[in-house]
Design a protein around this ligand. Structure first.
Ligand SMILES: Nc1ncnc2c1ncn2[C@@H]1O[C@H](COP(=O)(O)OP(=O)(O)OP(=O)(O)O)[C@@H](O)[C@H]1O
Ligand SMILES: [Mg+2]
Length: 432
């Protein structure tokens, strides 16, 4: 070990010699000189000791203690990092040691119950695949993954991943696949429904073309005109369907882009009522508008808000009883929103249908809706427009009395206003 001892030790030795000589010369006493020399040597020894063992180290750099190396002698399961590690995982994760659940994060305990800690994994998850890959000597050395149902809720499905650790231990991860599978199912259903909706009018049109091609039937003017009019109706139905599908995909594409126009909801409601009347919509004269013209402007997409008003007013006119009014009300809803309500006096909707009304192609009475030229996409479009505008949609209905559809839209936040006076946007509130 190289320790650089600085001058003090050397100085002490010199001082001892000089001091001893001085005492000897001045006192001529050898005892006094010897005593002085001894004291000097003692001081030198103390100084040397403190220099070597950390006392005077001069310009030696100050060293921080070396970091603690992980103690590999400590068992993996006894290391505190293991709990922190599995707890950091968002999904249920646990460690199996010799066929028993040795460590589990909170998500696992919430899913399987607290009692599973220390339990045989075959009891915690009763599945043949678990017995095959996790229990006893059967544990493999390669990672495996498999699909599981029957854990948690009945309709939940999971991906179970097993990765081997050392000494007959495995880490197990459970990933909830239900949302992904529901999404895939929805996509398949959507394509099937859309094809079905298009295939029906298309088959009708092809059938009529075949009949018109027949010399005998095709030459009859009355028959031809009747068939052509039906074909036109079917073709228009297909066109409406394609238009609605296009709108839906455009609205979905803009989902995360907040609309920026200032929109006067009352003016748009008046305009929509006029358009319905001019286009010869049956019962358009039954629309009764009650608008608070002092309502603040909303921030929105005027094309989409017109579409929303059109779809809801059309539904109320279609499904309300003839001769009864359709009340369209717009008023402030507290400090931070404007409320649109469209109420009809119709047959109403049974409660079990209410949660599904905004699904694409969902109809309470399919034949009635189709006979009226409906595509079954009107409320799905309304729901997506409301979502894009960070609003809320609510449908209240009493069978035999009628239906009221309400839309709450947030008024824009004034950036100049003090924080406590700013209206809250209706962000994140559920539709329906
Ligand atoms: N005001 C209402 N009163 C009673 N039932 C309604 C009302 N609004 C909607 N419904 C029911 O909800 C279903 C879905 O409505 P939606 O507007 O999505 O489709 P649609 O009206 O059938 O077709 P489209 O809107 O394309 O013309 C309708 O078929 C109807 O059964
Ligand atoms: Mg509709």
């Amino acid at each position: 070990m190289s320790v650089r001892i600085l001058g003090p030790v050397t100085l002490c030795v010199i001082a001892t010699l000089v001091g001893t000589l001085f005492v000897l010369v001045s006192t001529e006493s050898t005892y006094a000189a010897a005593a002085c020399g001894l004291v000097g040597l003692l001081a030198t020894a103390v100084m040397y000791d403190s220099a070597v063992h950390g006392g005077i180290r001069g310009d030696l750099p100050v060293m921080s203690p070396p970091p603690m190396a992980p103690d590999y002698a400590v068992d993996l399961l006894d290391r505190p990092e293991i709990d922190a590690l599995i707890e950091a995982l968002p999904q249920p994760a646990f460690i199996v040691s010799a066929g028993c659940i040795a460590r589990a994060n909170r998500a696992t305990l919430a899913l399987l119950g607290r009692h599973v800690l220390g339990q045989d994994v075959r009891l915690a998850i009763r599945h043949p695949a678990v017995t095959q890959h996790l229990a006893g000597d059967s544990a493999g050395t390669e990672p495996v993954s498999m699909e599981l149902v029957g854990i948690g809720a009945a309709d939940q499905s999971w991906e179970l991943r097993i990765a081997p650790l050392s000494e007959q231990r495995q880490i197990v991860l459970l990933t909830d696949q239900s949302a992904r599978q529901a999404e895939a199912r929805m996509r398949v259903d959507f394509v099937a429904n859309a094809s079905h909706e298009l295939r029906t009018p298309l088959a009708g049109i092809l059938g009529f073309i075949e009949t018109l091609n027949d010399r005998e039937a095709g030459n009859d003017v009355a028959t031809r005109e009747r068939f052509l009019s039906i074909m036109e109706g079917e073709a228009r139905r297909m066109q409406r369907l394609v238009d609605d599908l296009m709108s839906l995909s455009r609205i979905e594409a803009d989902k995360f882009r907040q609309p920026e126009q200032s929109v006067d909801l009352c003016a748009l409601a008046q305009e929509t009522a006029e358009v319905l009347a001019r286009s010869g919509t049956p019962r358009a004269h039954d629309l009764a508008l009650d608008l608070d013209l002092g309502c603040p402007l909303i921030r929105g997409d005027s094309g989409q808000i017109s579409q929303l008003l059109h779809n809801l007013m059309s539904n109320a006119l279609k499904y309300g009883r003839p001769g009864t009014p359709v009340a369209v009300t717009i008023q402030r809803d507290g400090e931070d929103a404007v409320r649109l309500a469209i109420a009809d006096e119709g047959d109403g909707i049974a409660p079990e249908h209410l949660p599904r009304l905004t699904e694409r192609f969902y109809r309470v009475d399919s034949s009635r809706s189709r006979a009226m030229g409906g595509t079954g996409l009107g409320l799905a479009i309304v729901k997506h427009i409301v979502e894009r505008h960070r609003g809320r949609l609510r449908i209240d209905s009493v069978v035999g009395r009628g239906t009221t559809v309400s839309v709450m839209l947030p008024v824009p936040v004034d950036p100049e206003a003090p924080a406590e006076q700013r209206p809250r946007a209706l962000v994140g509130t559920p539709v329906i």
